[in-house]
Design a protein around this ligand. Structure first.
Ligand code: HEM
Length: 417
């Protein structure tokens, strides 16, 4: 239990973990029931929502040049939500001002409060993250092309921020496509990620609504090697190095609208993976699909996962060593780069077929949507992977630059409105 020897403990930093200790020990016999955590603490006469600084060790810094959750080391879980804005641009600006301190609290591993009202209403935080720590939570925001049309602010719309073109073999469904805003919450705990989105949307009630959402996961082997996707292949081996970030990911001054300097573009694709078909395919064919060996993750003709390779290299019979219909061959040949930060999903069964509704929530970050378009066009109809996957959802968002202390998320954008 925290001591009050050196002052009022309730005015000090109180993490979600501390809260649990307090109710567990100090409020013996008082159950955290329907009234929630705040209810318990209020019953004891304490304001549980005073805390402003968290003490969690596994927390990611919120402030910085760029938003967190992009080049941040990948966490184990994502909860991704695309939102529809149902209010005015002035309301949205106020919402982002309100969201910013809430996001700071959440990433600190604290309960959320509503600073504008300093409310004691127990339901200020829905409470399911009580006892859970910061879990490396990051929350990343972006705006979609439709927002600019809705608000009639074409002068602020970068020319490249338009819906992605239709690609061969796309079978997109409206309910997993588009969105005026996105919130990507990543954390090492699935409930912490979900809690963040749930509470932010709740704080925006009457201003935003969820259009579609997707939870995802990725699992890291104990030896620190690259996680495997649901086709059992290492996924994420080739990504830009730190040195390449400004060339590949971060929008530089003069490269787009000024409010986007330091930001990036997020592409989300909900891609169903036909696990049943894959599981009937021989290992040889599976490996030829990617042009990489399943176990080591190395490209054909190499030993190590990270060995450099020349995609044009041919064998003595003048055949490409990495087959020209393979995913890696075609992706590399496009010449475009991006940061891939995808998560697997498993969302039950497809009602018509009884097949797994499982796949990849493909998420990539790039300074211009054309980078994604170039790779996807190169994969086109040729990619052998097409036999095993179907693109069901798609969205593009411009992610704001990072936030400096004293500022709020998207300030440069909202100031220009
Ligand atoms: C369910 C769909 C997909 C699966 C299962 C998948 C899986 C993989 C795997 C296993 C690799 C090789 C290891 C690695 O470098 O990470 C890879 C590489 C790559 N994939 Fe995908 N991928 C999918 C969709 C996409 C899409 C939609 C794009 C972009 C349009 C894309 C772009 C890339 C790129 C750029 C590489 C690296 C190529 C290089 O070596 O330079 N992938 N993918």
């Amino acid at each position: 239990m925290m001591s009050n020897q050196d002052g009022k403990w309730w005015n000090k930093k109180i993490s979600r973990r501390d809260m649990l200790k307090l109710t567990g020990a100090g409020a013996a016999g008082v159950a955290i029931g329907a009234s929630g955590f705040g209810g318990v603490m209020n019953a004891m006469g304490y304001d549980v929502f005073e805390s402003v600084v968290g003490d969690a060790s596994n927390k990611v810094e919120f402030y910085g040049k760029h938003q967190a959750g992009i080049t941040t080391p990948v966490q184990k879980h994502v909860f991704f939500a695309a939102l529809t804005v149902v209010s005015s641009k002035e309301d949205l600006r106020e919402l982002f001002k309100k969201w910013t301190p809430l996001v700071v609290r959440l990433t600190n591993g604290e309960l959320m409060a509503d600073p504008s009202t300093n409310t004691r209403i127990p339901t200020s935080d829905t409470g399911e993250s009580v006892g859970l720590d910061a879990s490396n939570l990051t929350i990343t925001f972006g705006v979609g092309p439709s927002l600019f049309d809705k608000f009639h602010i074409s002068h602020l719309k970068p020319s490249e921020l338009v819906d992605l073109p239709h690609f061969p073999k796309d079978q997109l469904v409206e309910e997993w496509t588009g969105g005026d805003l996105c919130i990507q919450a990543c954390a090492d705990d699935p409930q912490v990620a979900f809690h963040a989105v749930r509470n932010l949307v709740r704080a925006g009630s009457g201003k935003v609504e969820i259009k579609w959402s997707q939870a995802g996961f990725t699992s890291f082997p104990a030896d620190g090697s690259t996680p495997r996707n649901l086709f059992a292949f290492k996924d994420g081996s080739v990504n830009p190095s730190k040195k390449e970030e400004n060339d590949v990911i971060w929008i530089q001054p003069g490269e787009s609208k000024s409010w986007l300097t330091g930001g990036t573009y997020l592409v989300a694709r909900k891609i169903q993976m036909h696990l049943e078909t894959w599981d009937r395919t021989s290992l040889k064919d599976q490996e030829a699909t990617f042009g990489r060996y399943r176990d080591s993750g190395a490209v054909f003709g190499k030993k190590g996962e990270f060995d450099d390779f020349d995609v044009e290299e041919k064998d003595v019979n003048s055949n490409y060593i990495i087959p020209d219909t393979s995913h890696v061959h075609l992706a590399r040949k496009s010449g475009a780069q991006m940061l891939r930060r995808s998560y697997s999903y498993a969302s039950g069964v497809m009602t018509k077929t009884g097949a797994h509704d499982a796949g990849l929530l493909f998420i990539s970050f790039q300074k211009h949507p054309s980078q994604f378009i170039k790779v996807q066009n190169s994969l086109g109809r040729m990619d052998k992977l097409n036999e095993y996957v179907t693109h069901r959802g798609s969205a593009l968002f411009a992610c704001f630059p990072g936030v400096q202390k004293g500022s709020y998320i998207g300030e440069a954008f909202f100031n220009a409105l």
